[in-house]
Design a protein around this ligand. Structure first.
Ligand code: DAH
Length: 339
């Protein structure tokens, strides 16, 4: 190297610019090697090249190169990228235990819906869906519910206009499903329903799960066996069921099902000392319903059932008040973690 045009200030300036361009430890390291590296370092090279200088120039150039070296070393040391991570300089204590982020949980209604779906899926049921804004045809008419039926009254139903409403039951999904499928079939339809009700045990929005099985020789015995298996799965192997005659427009005969109280053996507050708790409505599909979807009632028969998911969740998880489901109080929800 020829030091004729060499100038300390310029060399320092150029180094400072390169240092300022470093934005991490890797680029800092590369810069350090390019100046001070034992083999390829610029300054190392200068020190070597000085050997060939005439004697009288050596003292001045030597002094300048040494000044450069010291300035470079100091600037490198002061750089914020001098250490891989400036752990020692910061007050971060990496040995402290972490703060666990607060995690959500599945809502008890979701847990219950999953349990119900899993159970019925294991018996080969398909899961059907329908709209929450429904027509009077699917919510009532096709379900054999005549215009004069009290369920149609505005006092119970949120009407949008003469033909549309917020569905009051998931039973209408049966109709939609049968319209697009041929028997034999097994389906359930979980979903939101709406009614003009609001008190301690009723919410204007709640969830139902509908079930429907249609085939050539489906009997009431099949319905009973299915419901018994379902009750034992949800409330324990010793659960007993009871079917009481009832009325629903879309089933004939119809029944309501009670389960033996899961909380007591001799009467308690939940079963109102009766030892039985009503949990669903069911029956054999009315031939009029089959006619609406174009099935031949002479060739097929079927059973249907419908239950409130809130009620099942309250009984199987021991929840005393329906309003707890909708308040989103974390102290309540956290109790079902892993349930
Ligand atoms: N849809 C009825 C309700 O909301 C429940 C129900 C009863 C559904 C009997 C059915 C059934 O499928 O067969 O109260």
């Amino acid at each position: 190297m020829d030091f004729t045009n060499w100038n300390l200030e310029q060399a320092l300036d150029s180094f400072q610019q390169k240092l300022a361009a470093c934005d991490d430890h890797e680029s800092w390291q590369a810069l350090r090697l390019s100046y001070l590296g034992k083999k390829q370092g610029l300054i190392t090279g200068m020190l070597l090249a000085m050997r060939d200088l005439p004697k009288e120039r050596k003292p001045l150039v030597g002094k300048q190169v040494n000044q450069l070296k010291q300035a470079v070393e100091q600037a490198l040391k002061d750089s914020p990228h001098a250490e891989a991570r400036s752990l020692r300089k910061s007050s971060l204590d990496v040995t402290l235990p972490g703060i666990r982020p607060k995690c959500g949980t599945l809502h008890p209604l979701t847990i219950t819906r999953h349990r119900l779906i899993d159970f019925f899926r294991s018996y080969g049921y398909d899961v059907g869906e329908g709209p929450e804004i429904e027509t009077t045809y699917y919510n009532f008419e096709a379900l054999n519910t005549p215009e004069s039926h009290p369920a149609r009254e505005e006092a119970d139903t949120f009407y949008i206009d003469d033909d549309r409403l917020l569905r009051t039951q998931t039973s209408g999904v049966q109709i939609r499903y049968m319209e697009s499928h041929q028997p034999p079939l097994r389906m359930i339809a979980p979903g939101k329903v709406f009614r003009r009700d609001d008190d301690i045990t009723h919410s204007p929005m709640f969830h139902q799960l509908e079930g429907l099985v249609v085939g050539p020789d489906i009997t009431f015995g099949h319905l009973k066996g299915m419901l018994q298996a379902f009750a034992r799965h949800l409330f324990g192997p010793n659960t007993v069921i009871r079917l009481r005659p009832s009325f629903f427009p879309f089933t004939e005969p119809s029944a309501e099902m009670d389960v033996s109280c899961p909380f007591c053996e001799s009467g308690c507050r939940v079963c109102k000392q009766t030892r039985w708790i009503e949990i669903l409505g069911c029956g054999m599909v009315d031939p009029n319903v089959f006619e609406h979807v174009g099935y031949d009632p002479e060739a097929v028969s079927g059973f249907a059932f419908g239950m409130g998911i809130e009620r099942i969740a309250m009984l199987s998880l021991g929840i005393p008040d329906i309003r707890l489901f909708y308040q989103n109080d974390r102290r309540f929800l956290d109790q079902f973690r892993g349930a």
